[in-house]
Design a protein around this ligand. Structure first.
Ligand code: BTN
Length: 256
């Protein structure tokens, strides 16, 4: 935790994201904290970073193991004029931002996105993204972007070693969490801004580094070849019968 503490008072090279930056030694889930803050009126950019989480959450109700010392667990409140149907682009934008940050430390061609929310190095998961939001009327009232990124761990439990990695393992050298966090916050701000300004750019860039495209997939009972990403961040699957089906991403879990 001590390594991260100076960041709370340091001037970050961002315009709105990470302002303020709240650091916690331990919390239940930074996504829950950010949602509570958003419901109480927190402005866009509030970022909560925890050294450990006792009830870290992944997608689809899975838990996110969050021990102290080695990883980054953070959530950002985003308020935007975007329509709820483009909210899945936030997940893709966060994935690109993680990729941007990670690519400062390992060769970019090793870093891919597994649609919709995993960032992988050499096809092993290094980060997961959980975007949750609330809709008011036909607008997105707020979104919470949660990111868990494995940074400094020197080893992983046997059951994870095949499919997960850490930045340190992939790089083959130790790595400072504040450096990674700073790079991530800067990249996140720029990628989130692009969701409103240039959504097609987000889709285009993810398409170029998405290791799901061109592979056979099964998503929520629909099987086929992942062909492309749709303009709103979904994935288009071509079934064996030649039918094109768009699957959507993103998790809007509550209605404000
Ligand atoms: C996944 O791959 O299933 C998504 C994992 C998201 C984990 C992060 S850690 C910070 C934030 N707080 C949470 O409880 N979850 C997200």
């Amino acid at each position: 935790m001590e390594d991260l503490t100076p960041l709370a008072t340091r001037r970050l090279p961002t315009k709105w994201l990470g302002r303020p930056l709240v650091l916690k030694a331990e919390t239940g889930s930074t996504n829950d904290d950010a949602r509570t803050a958003a419901q109480a009126g927190a402005a866009s950019g509030l970022t909560i970073v925890a050294d450990s989480q006792t009830s870290g959450r992944g997608r689809r109700g899975r838990s996110w193991h969050s021990p102290p010392g080695d990883s980054l667990y953070l959530s950002v409140v985003v308020r935007s004029s975007m329509r709820p149907d483009v909210a899945p682009l936030l997940t893709l934008a966060a994935g690109l931002a993680v990729r941007d940050a990670v690519a400062h430390f390992v060769a970019p061609e090793r870093v891919t996105i597994k649609w919709p929310n995993d960032v992988r190095i050499d096809r092993k998961k290094v980060a997961g993204i959980l975007v949750e939001g609330a809709i008011r009327g036909d607008a997105l009232a707020y979104a919470v972007l949660g990111i868990g990124l494995n940074v400094r761990g020197a080893s992983l439990p046997d059951e994870l070693r095949e499919r997960a990695t850490t930045l340190r393992i992939a790089r083959g050298a130790d790595i400072a969490r504040p450096e990674v966090l700073c790079a991530l916050l800067v990249a996140l701000e720029s990628r989130i801004d692009a969701v409103v300004r240039a959504p097609a750019e987000i889709v285009g860039e993810v398409s170029r580094c998405c290791d799901t495209l061109g592979t056979e997939v099964q998503i929520d009972g629909v099987a086929g070849r992942a062909e492309s990403l749709s303009p709103t961040g979904g994935i288009v699957i071509v079934t064996a019968a030649g039918e094109r089906v768009e699957m959507r991403s993103g998790e809007i879990v509550e209605v404000a």
